[in-house]
Write a protein that binds this ligand. Structure first.
Ligand code: ADP
Ligand code: MG
Length: 727
């Protein structure tokens, strides 16, 4: 665009930005002040009520009605003291955002006046109309009601004037319509299976929870420039745009100086997050221009998931105040890195022990190895389902792109541990071990360094890497809810652990000593998981060939990957632990396919529109200028003119050729959509969109990007990449 217009837009964005200062005092003195946490409960609830709530949360028990009434009354008093006027059940429907419908505490009284009402009943359950949330055909319109129910294990909090109550969301007939319900079910299943294995080593363990530490990548753009790009506004990504001459080649953005304007934004996000009890820890520039990342201290998975969704809400709102636009799309710009959300996952006991960290003693290490090999088994058996859980339209532009993990699921273990696994595989056998052999092996196991963190080389090309005391799943997209891959990991882990425990008990029943039995079962798991282990470069061609030989599936089509939701072994797995019924899985499969195809449909419409009423008219305007110029040259120079008009003629023909190609392809794309829209089954329609509609997007774009290069900058109304990449 013209430099005058660009400067005008930029100036608009930079005028009167809010100044941000943290509140007085240390962060620790006001951290969590907007959360009804333990401290607040202690102040606002009678002692007996406080104790029964805390113990119900710890033991995963329901809170009974009488207690709920008292909790509601304390919560109301706290909320009103903090200026709240409304309350809402806050939940996570199947669309990667959050839902809230505010109700006022205030109720008028018959005969005049009014009061602030909030009962146990209002706290525990609400009946929102579910008809406009994605349900995958689960809910007929005559059963449009859904239920939202309070999740006491995640604390309530206040945003602005509203008390938000974390809740699950289920249909009238009891099927889960959200992320939280199956997540809580998977956490309970994992707890049961993990405690059983823990007790082989420590009789006192009573509870195990999965932990999650996410890392959130995002882009920030000047809002005025953002708004001048209809494709960004409507689809979250640029559907066109020639690469900027300089983007990330010099690697000067990653961990570079954070611009003042961005620091102001980050600080306000942090302030609000700290008030909400979200323990943000790191902030830095990421690889691509205008790309950043933040990450918290890890927490219990359920709370960490809530905190990540809440963070995204906070980030969007604060961006508006700073005249910025925040992008969570997985691939907003072609040619530079996209955004992911790393999922760091581990298991912790009620005593705070990390079960995926090597212990201090041989016994501790046997426990660690038991959990570790079960995680390998979970990955080997259900890696395809993990990939399905991250398969989305946005992620299809990122996974396998040579910047994000490859589209093949494998596990990186690291040199130290690989050596330990190989040792066990070679030295333990089905035969009874001699006391000497046993001592030898135990001694070796005892030598696993307590801090593996420093000596696991960080293989950045692996989708699922062991990083010393946790696994890091790097395949999730930046915009997604973390819950789905966690549900898969937790459930697959519960399955592996319960098989592990059963196998050990079977051997013990046959008279094998328990410690030997454990070693033998560990060895079986090591042998059974060879195919999933890969230590090399995940981007290399060799790996793709090798993976094919091993029978590992490459996710070349996201729609195809989604069919894992209804694959027999996954239906069986989720059924076994009551995480999802077959109907719930089918519904989720349908929702994923439908979301995919709708996103492609929206992109196709936006691109078609822009091509026909932005790009082609601009191209023709410029072509006319050139034609005028050619005519004038001919008039003035007569015969010599033909030598002078060569370059203009070239551009004139190029414009004709490209506009014609664009027009034809937009037309063909529309026709292709019509064909697939007739198709009634949603997965089939999505597959058609993926195969026959989506490819037009990049083909049309290619012509547009070439036109962008030749057309007069002053006529090009859309901000270009080099302009968007300014802060
Ligand atoms: P890197 O970029 O090297 O992966 P970061 O510091 O950005 O490192 O992120 C590390 C993430 O791992 C943080 O979110 C942190 O809370 C999380 N993490 C650390 N230990 C655990 C654990 N035991 N369970 C779950 N997450 C963890
Ligand atoms: Mg990481």
């Amino acid at each position: 665009m013209s430099s005058e217009r660009f400067s005008a837009l930029k100036e608009m964005g930079e005028r009167k930005l809010p100044r941000v200062e943290f509140p007085e005092g240390k962060i620790s003195s006001w951290f969590g002040c907007d959360v009804f946490g333990r401290e607040q409960m202690r102040q606002y609830l009678p002692k007996s009520v406080f104790e029964s709530v805390v113990s119900a949360i710890e033991d995963n028990r329901r809170i009974d009605r009488r207690v709920a009434d008292e909790v509601a009354s304390g919560m109301k008093a706290w909320a009103i003291d903090r200026g709240a006027t409304h309350y809402t059940h806050w939940f996570q429907p199947l669309n990667d955002s959050t839902a809230e419908k505010h109700d006022a505490f205030f109720e008028p009284l018959w005969g005049g006046g009014g009061w602030e009402a909030f009962s146990g009943e209002m706290l525990v359950q609400q009946e929102p109309d579910a008809s406009s949330f994605p349900t995958g055909g689960l809910r007929n319109t005559f059963e449009a009601r859904g239920y939202s129910a309070w999740d006491p294990s995640s604390p309530t909090f206040i945003i602005d004037d509203t008390l938000c109550i974390p809740s699950v969301f289920i249909s009238y007939t009891g099927e889960a319509l959200d992320f939280k319900t199956p997540l809580l079910r998977s956490i309970a299943a994992l707890d049961r299976a993990a405690v059983e294995v823990c007790r082989m080593f420590d009789k006192d363990v009573t509870k195990v929870v999965p932990t999650l530490g996410w890392e959130q990548e995002y882009f920030l753009l000047d809002q005025a420039l953002f708004k001048a790009r209809p494709d960004l506004v409507q689809t979250g990504r640029t559907l066109m745009g020639h690469t900027a001459a300089k983007d990330q080649q010099l690697e000067d953005h990653y961990w570079g100086e954070i611009p003042d304007r961005v620091i102001g934004y980050m600080k306000e996000v942090e302030e609000r997050c700290f008030r909400l009890g979200i323990p943000l820890k790191t902030r830095h520039n990421e690889t691509a221009p205008n790309q950043y990342e933040c990450a918290p201290m890890f927490e219990e998975a359920n709370i960490a998931v809530d905190h990540n969704t809440l963070l995204m809400t906070v980030m969007r709102r604060v961006a508006l105040r700073h005249k910025l636009a925040v992008l969570f799309h997985e691939k907003p710009f072609a040619g530079v890195n996209g955004s992911g959300k790393h999922v760091n996952w581990s298991l912790a006991t009620d005593k705070g022990m990390n079960l995926l960290a090597p212990g201090k003693t041989p016994k501790g290490n046997m426990q660690f190895l038991s959990f570790f090999v079960c995680a390998l088994t979970a990955a080997a058996r259900h890696g395809n389902m993990i990939m399905a859980s991250v398969a989305t339209e946005g992620n299809s532009h990122r996974l396998g792109g040579g910047e994000a993990p490859p589209a093949i699921f494998s596990v990186f273990v690291g040199e130290t541990l690989s050596a330990v696994l190989d040792e066990i595989e070679q030295r333990v056998s089905k035969k009874a071990l001699s006391p000497d052999e046993k001592t030898g092996i135990k001694l070796d196991i005892g030598k696993i360094p307590e801090i593996l963190l420093d000596n696991t080389d960080r293989n950045r090309t692996s989708p699922f890497a062991f990083t010393g005391n946790r696994f890091e799943l790097r395949a999730l997209g930046a915009s997604a809810n973390c819950a789905m891959p966690l549900i898969v990991l937790n459930t697959a882990m519960a399955d592996a652990l319960s098989d592990f425990a059963a196998a050990v008990e079977k051997l013990v029943g046959k008279g094998v000593k328990r410690d030997v039995a454990i070693l033998q079962v560990i060895r079986e798991h090591i042998i059974d998981t060879h195919k999933i282990r890969f230590e090399g470069n995940g981007y290399s061609r060799d790996w793709h060939d090798e993976a094919a030989r091993r029978g590992l599936k490459a996710m070349n089509s996201v729609v195809d990957a989604m069919s894992e939701y209804v694959a027999e072994d996954n239906v069986k797995l989720f059924g076994k632990f009551n995480i999802f019924s077959p109907v719930e899985l089918e519904a989720r499969h349908e929702i994923k396919c439908e979301t995919y195809l709708k996103k492609v449909q929206i992109e196709a419409r936006v691109l078609g529109d822009l091509a026909l009423n932005h790009i082609i008219p601009t191209a023709i305007r410029y072509q006319n200028l050139l034609l005028d110029n050619v005519r004038s040259i001919k008039e003035v120079f007569k015969v010599q003119a033909s030598e002078m008009i060569g370059p203009q003629m070239e551009v004139i023909t190029e414009i004709s050729r490209r506009t014609e190609a664009i027009r034809t392809m937009v037309h063909e794309m529309v026709e292709e959509r019509k064909v697939w829209n007739m198709r009634m089954d949603i997965p089939g329609r999505a597959a058609g969109y993926e195969k026959y509609v989506a490819p037009f997007l990049s083909k049309i774009r290619d012509h547009i990007d070439h036109l962008e290069m030749v057309i007069d900058d002053r006529l090009w109304t859309l901000p270009k990449y080099r302009e968007l990449f300014s802060m």
